[in-house]
Design a protein around this ligand. Structure first.
Ligand code: ADP
Length: 264
């Protein structure tokens, strides 16, 4: 359903309740709405990095000027950062299309948790991890394995760990990664001591484009698609993602991967 508007229900000039006008939309219409949303969002988000890349490259192309090597380096680093930003947007967009068309396929193998966490950590920008303390479950050293798609799990973990560091004003930032097995699932939890999420926002953060604080997110360059993609990836694993939070004190995101049939 798509919410058109809400209204008050009156009886003898007294308000006795609230009503909602919902329109039953088809799956196709829903996808269209989301696509329009995605297109307007991304075209806006693309504009800034493209403008900076263009400006940077045009500056360097001015052959009549002998640029200082340090200045040149600075411009190239900026251009590189903006290209990465565009790459990120395109990848997010492709993943959302896969989720919508039911083609977010996963290739599951038995993978080692320590390897996957190490690989994920390597891909997180250094400026995010420099004032952070990461603690890992002891079981990581014992070669703990689970059944999942290596690249997709890595993507989900990078997202959760990046969020845990971004939405965090504590010093030092602490992240604890825990592994467990419960009722047919292998679980991986990422706990942070960040700003936390209030009860009424807990469900919404998994929705596309939803961001609790747009100004803070603008600063961190998020798109609000990360957790929606994580949900799609976990569903493709026939698993789930859950969150618990204590506003002001931090959050815990837990991934549930179904165990391989016939395995303990
Ligand atoms: P993005 O980070 O690009 O905004 P996400 O879908 O990853 O998009 O997250 C949606 C929103 O959920 C974030 O904008 C933020 O407000 C909130 N959020 C996500 N992870 C955390 C966290 N660990 N602590 C506090 N808030 C979080």
């Amino acid at each position: 359903y798509y919410l058109l508007h809400n209204f008050s229900v009156m009886l003898d000039e007294e308000e006795i309740g609230e009503g909602l006008v919902l329109r039953d939309i088809t799956k196709e219409e829903e996808i269209d709405l989301l696509k329009n949303n995605l297109i307007s969002l991304t075209s806006h988000e693309f504009k800034t990095p493209i403008t900076t890349i263009k400006g940077g490259v045009e500056t360097l192309l001015r052959s009549e000027v002998e640029w200082d090597p340090e200045f040149k380096q600075e411009i190239l680093e900026g251009v590189h950062e903006d290209i990465e930003r565009i790459e990120h947007l395109v990848n997010d967009w492709l993943d959302i299309s896969k989720i919508d068309s039911g083609t977010m396929y996963v290739e599951r193998n038995t993978i080692r948790a320590d390897h996957i966490i190490e690989l994920s950590m390597e891909l997180i920008p250094e400026q995010l991890t420099e004032d952070a303390i990461l603690t890992f479950d002891n079981r990581l050293r014992e070669g703990f394995t689970f059944f999942a798609d290596k690249m997709r799990v890595q993507q989900v973990l990078i997202n959760l760990i990046t969020n845990a560091l971004r939405y965090n004003d504590s010093s030092p930032k602490t992240i604890v990664i825990t592994l467990d097995r419960e009722e047919g699932y292998t679980t991986i939890s990422v706990a942070d001591n960040g700003i936390g999420i209030s009860d009424d926002q807990l469900e919404k953060i998994f929705n596309r484009f939803y961001q609790v604080d747009v100004t803070a997110t603008r600063r961190t360059g998020g798109t609000g698609l990360g957790l929606a993609i994580c949900t799609g990836i976990m569903e493709a694993h026939e698993g789930k993602i859950k969150v618990q939070s204590n506003p002001g004190n931090g959050s815990v995101f837990t991934l549930y991967f179904p165990e391989k049939e016939g395995e303990e």
